[in-house]
Design a protein around this ligand. Sequence first.
Ligand SMILES: Nc1ncnc2c1ncn2[C@@H]1O[C@H](COP(=O)(O)OP(=O)(O)OP(=O)(O)O)[C@@H](O)[C@H]1O
Length: 263
Amino acid sequence: MSDAPPMIAYARVAKTFGGGRIKAVDGVSLSVARGEFLAIVGGSGSGKTTLLRLANRLIDADAGSIAIEGADVRSTDPIVLRRRIGTVFQAGALFPHLTVAGNIGITPKLLGWPAAKIAARVDELLDLVRLDRAQHRGRFPHELSGGQRQRVGVARALAAKPSIVLMDEPFGALDPLTRDALGDDFRALHDRLGLTTMLITHDITEALLLADRIAVMRAGQLIAQGAAAELAHSTDPYVAELLQTPRRQAKRLGELLPRDAGT
Ligand SMILES: Nc1ncnc2c1ncn2[C@@H]1O[C@H](COP(=O)(O)OP(=O)(O)OP(=O)(O)O)[C@@H](O)[C@H]1O
């Protein structure tokens, strides 16, 4: 066992809004190991986005602490934090007036990289997210499909070589096939680059298929966490309910698409 601290560690974290009336995050303790892919699932308003925003200090916790590689985020310069943490949000989060190259290069530009180095990095990232360089570099976001926009969003998040990627429903607005392909591609990138990823999704099937571990949020609380097989043994009724749909679908699809069909 390594003594290295977790990449991300939440300890009894709480965050309220509305003068304390809304407990968005309510006493959450959660560790994410280096190289781990963690999915956060839960209903609307359960605190998923708030949990993610606390990690890169878009908002600050009211109680508890959050550490990145053992260092409290409150004592880390937010600029340094955002360089180490890439973020990908829902479709449409690109700057509409900037080209693909402009969008991908924005963080390196803010960090003062020379133009030639930014251009080389943009091309490298276009390759990484499997978009043809010449075809896409000069396009504007409105000239791209939803899936291409999200690939640019991933490239932008990776531009300054972060070790952590936070994703908030990144594939939510896409058609199922594009969503599936993008999810698989990102998972491969996560593995190849040795990233640590936290991904929010409403879709428990997506979480089960992509993540190493799943954290289940409900009313601001973390009610369960574990790999698929561990969640399958949870006695929590909400977790059981969440797993019902993928179980039913898997059974039905297994019946509709028998392995030996057509042979
Ligand atoms: N800036 C804010 N001001 C006031 N209330 C907020 C703010 N941000 C979040 N909330 C409230 O905190 C709770 C948790 O919100 P959060 O966005 O974290 O949930 P979520 O699980 O990400 O939801 P969704 O899946 O719908 O995006 C909700 O009741 C929400 O209305």
